[in-house]
Design a protein around this ligand. Structure first.
Ligand SMILES: *[C@@H]1O[C@H](CO)[C@@H](O)[C@H](O)[C@H]1NC(C)=O
Ligand SMILES: *[C@@H]1O[C@H](CO)[C@@H](O)[C@H](O)[C@H]1NC(C)=O
Ligand SMILES: *[C@@H]1O[C@H](CO)[C@@H](O)[C@H](O)[C@H]1NC(C)=O
Ligand SMILES: *[C@@H]1O[C@H](CO)[C@@H](O)[C@H](O)[C@H]1NC(C)=O
Ligand SMILES: *[C@@H]1O[C@H](CO)[C@@H](O)[C@H](O)[C@H]1NC(C)=O
Ligand SMILES: *[C@@H]1O[C@H](CO)[C@@H](O)[C@H](O)[C@H]1NC(C)=O
Length: 484
């Protein structure tokens, strides 16, 4: 649905506009085209590292940032509480505080911790409808995790699911559950199955299975057996396009570029298909730009553009929700907010939520994944086109000329006399809102340090040709929503 604009049909009107000949033409079908998908209202969701979760409830930005997303979508994000430290945690029914641990440096994650009943009181108070709790399997204390799960179920009206273990593909021989087993994918599958079927009589069929970083979740779905499969509610796959572990180098140009996002996400098609065809939800149950807390690329405006494209592309292959991970408060490069700070990536989460809106039901990709320009349309439940999102994913570092692409949207069946657009932009792809760079939505929209929307978002008038086509220009590293 993309072609170079060689013979503009509104030739008389367009004659003076020489630049239009270089426009990328994108057709917006008047009904959802083949390949369109239904979008979960909680597509944009949040993961919070287990030990850090009580601290997040003590930050005023948390509820504000969640509520801003919910307002745009007309449904709350979902939250998953878990991560590496879920597998280091022991439930203590007598502990007065929500968590207890000691760290040498506040930037560290604890090597072990305990948590008490009030952990679930706090989780139950989160202003969201679905909370998934990640419990320990690594320490092989099945009755302890069952006691915690039982309390979660009774305390939390927003309870959604329970995970047992985080990234078991990384368990080593020092993991009690894996010791002397020759730990492998097939051993994990039978172990998950055993724990699920042991606990299901008490907890119900509420398990989020797999929780894999590198193993195929399709293998688990096909091999776990019907008894265990029937206890599974959702399948979680963790997804990080890049690694920042042990000083590994990251690359923002590659993170944000549209064709790269498409090919990265496509590797998960088999996993998504196998879950969905087994009747299980399929989630990126923990995701973000780079492993090990993120790297230098993670807090940037380029990462905001990545979130927009990555989330929509994931939805198209059958990922129902993406839980963007939030780690140690004050030491988290990819976080969307922290104590008295909102970071650039949050702008991407807001912008894609604005595009999908409360009325967006069906999503379609309009471009052919070969250029820097990404184009998506969202349709109402009755199949009417509502909005188009355009992103120019070319990396602009802040020096030299900033490329300026022109897109002509042909709205067949939809001749327009006017249309408006809203732009998300920044001085360049490396811009950091937390360091004062003007990352903006609608020219003037930003967020206060505790995540309250600031400024008035301005709409732009879109140029409309005689044939009803809409022309929009996008600088490198910039995105626009066109309201049809
Ligand atoms: C909550 O925040 C206050 C102010 O920053 C801090 O003094 C307190 O220790 C925090 N409590 C928890 C449980 O994180
Ligand atoms: C909290 O954990 C520390 C070790 O990190 C331990 O010494 C202390 O007794 C624990 N407190 C409670 C109330 O369990
Ligand atoms: C990032 O990748 C791009 C494209 O592959 C390459 O041109 C660039 O040099 C890389 N940047 C860094 C900092 O390695
Ligand atoms: C996934 O399912 C869709 C729709 O049924 C199909 O078009 C696609 O080829 C499948 N992909 C894989 C990798 O199985
Ligand atoms: C980008 O191109 C459009 C169309 O020619 C023009 O209206 C706009 O001013 C340009 N933007 C910049 C920043 O050069
Ligand atoms: C928003 O507009 C106000 C008032 O004109 C101005 O002071 C402020 O700098 C603008 N903010 C941004 C981020 O452009």
């Amino acid at each position: 649905m993309i072609r170079q604009w060689t013979t503009p049909s509104g030739a008389a009107v367009l004659a003076g506009l020489a630049w239009l000949r270089f426009a990328t033409a994108i057709a917006v079908p008047s009904t959802p085209p083949s390949g369109s998908v239904t979008v979960d209202p909680s597509l944009i969701s949040i993961s919070i590292e287990f030990f850090a979760f009580p601290g997040y409830t003590n930050i005023s930005g948390t509820n504000n940032c969640l509520n801003n997303l919910a307002d745009l979508r007309g449904a709350t994000p979902a939250i998953r509480i878990g991560g590496t430290t879920q597998d280091r945690a022991t439930y203590d029914p007598n502990l007065q505080s929500a968590v207890n641990y000691t760290v040498a440096d506040p930037a560290d994650a604890p090597a072990s911790l305990t948590y008490g009943p009030s952990f679930f009181t706090l989780a139950g108070k989160l202003p969201v409808d679905d909370v998934t709790i990640g419990l320990n399997r690594q320490l092989n204390h099945e009755s302890n995790s069952l006691a915690a799960g039982t309390l979660a179920l009774s305390e939390m009206t927003n309870f959604f699911a329970v995970e047992l273990g985080n990234e078991p593909d990384l368990y080593s021989s020092s993991s009690p559950i894996a010791a002397n087993t020759g730990w492998s994918n097939s051993i994990d599958i039978s172990n998950e199955g055993k724990w699920f079927t042991d606990m299901a009589p008490t907890l119900g069929n509420v398990f989020q299975g797999a929780v894999y970083l590198s193993w195929s979740t399709a293998t688990l779905v096909s091999r776990i057996g019907s008894a265990a499969l029937s206890t599974i509610k959702s399948i979680s796959r963790h997804s990080y396009p890049q690694s920042a572990c042990n000083g590994a180098s990251t690359n923002l140009t590659q993170l944000m570029r549209h064709p790269g996002i498409v090919s990265y996400v496509n590797q998960f098609k088999t996993d998504a298909n196998s879950s969905r065809s087994a009747g299980k939800h399929f989630f990126f149950g923990e995701t973000n730009s780079a492993t090990c807390g993120g790297g230098g690329i993670s807090p940037t405006f380029g990462a905001a553009l990545w979130i927009v494209d990555y989330a929509l592309q994931s939805a198209l292959i059958g990922v129902e929700r993406l839980y963007f991970h939030h780690g140690t408060i004050g030491n988290c490069a990819y976080c969307w907010w922290g104590k008295q700070a909102v970071y650039s990536p949050y702008f991407g989460a807001i912008f894609v939520s604005d595009f999908l809106g409360a009325d967006g039901a069906t999503l379609a990709q309009l471009d052919d994944s070969t250029s820097d320009i990404a184009a998506y349309a969202v349709y109402s439940a009755s199949g009417a086109p509502l909005r188009v999102l355009l992103s120019n994913s070319a990396y602009f570092a802040g020096t030299g000329a900033r490329a300026n692409a022109t897109v002509a949207l042909t709205t067949s069946g939809l001749p327009r006399t006017s249309a408006r657009a809203k732009r998300m932009t920044a001085p360049d792809a490396t811009a950091r809102a937390d360091l004062g760079a003007p990352v903006t939505i609608g020219g003037n929209g930003t967020f206060s340090a505790d995540c309250v929307a600031q400024g008035t978002q301005q709409m732009e008038e879109v140029a409309v040709g005689d044939d009803g086509s809409l022309t929009v220009s996008l600088l490198a590293s910039e995105a626009v929503i066109v309201y049809l």
